[in-house]
Design a protein around this ligand. Sequence first.
Ligand SMILES: Nc1ncnc2c1ncn2[C@@H]1O[C@H](COP(=O)(O)OP(=O)(O)OP(=O)(O)O)[C@@H](O)[C@H]1O
Length: 285
Amino acid sequence: MLELTEVTKVYRGGKRAVDGLTMRLGTGLVGLLGPNGAGKSSLMRIVATITRPSSGRVLFEGTDVVAKPSALRRTLGYLPQDFGVYPHLTATEFLSYLAAVKGVSARSARARIGEVLELVNLTEAGKRPLGRYSGGMLRRVGIAQLLLTDPRVLVVDEPTAGLDPQERVRFRNLLSDLATDRLVLLSTHIVSDIESVAGDIAILAAGRLRHRGAPEDLLRVVDGQVWEVVAGPGEIAALQARFVVSRVSHTAAGTRVRLLSPSPPGADAVAVTPDLEDAYLHLVR
Ligand SMILES: Nc1ncnc2c1ncn2[C@@H]1O[C@H](COP(=O)(O)OP(=O)(O)OP(=O)(O)O)[C@@H](O)[C@H]1O
């Protein structure tokens, strides 16, 4: 559906936020995972046709989206990181306003708003002013506005920021449902946001694609390289200086340090089964 070739974004001042990125995106949920500053938002703004790449090409169904953005824009839903609402409007009023901006006729907007509020489980709350919504409810309004026009491409930037764990789960499931017949490109710096829903994970660091594949492929990257050692209070800093430490947990038996190393880091190190967090840290270090 979308084809990115050698996409680069250099901002004024010389910051290379996206650096020669090539990837193909089809139907399904793609998790774009990377630390702060990796270039995720820049890439998402390029796909959403808000920002132009400095060089490289983005094709949507074979059409260059820089030269001809309209075909993609017609079927695109974009939820930016800083999605803002008017606090005095109710969800229904706010969505009616956005539907008008998106060129949806008043009659079809009325029916569609009812449907999308139902989809995001806000039918009851739809008559309340948005100023009284929780963070999670506002993110759901953000998703509802994406769906006003039934887009085939959804670009969702760090959607779980500020959500409580229950809202995170609900949100993940909603996006995963939507991805059955659409492309959902979801960016995050939190591994657990995507590990249960994305069958396809792209890892970005310093503007470059470090890895792309299914979670199993990612795990293979650190196969045989994850260890656990028991450390004394003074040893943790030294381990952190020598290895990528993925977790430190304090137990009755002492402090357990989980770390990445191609060979056993010590005589009493125990090999453990890698998880996605280990693989992610290995790839972005
Ligand atoms: N308009 C801009 N002008 C100059 N530099 C920018 C601009 N937007 C982003 N950057 C820089 O480009 C780099 C990538 O930023 P970007 O926001 O794309 O990353 P990100 O992965 O989304 O990070 P975050 O999760 O913190 O939003 C950062 O170093 C950022 O400071």
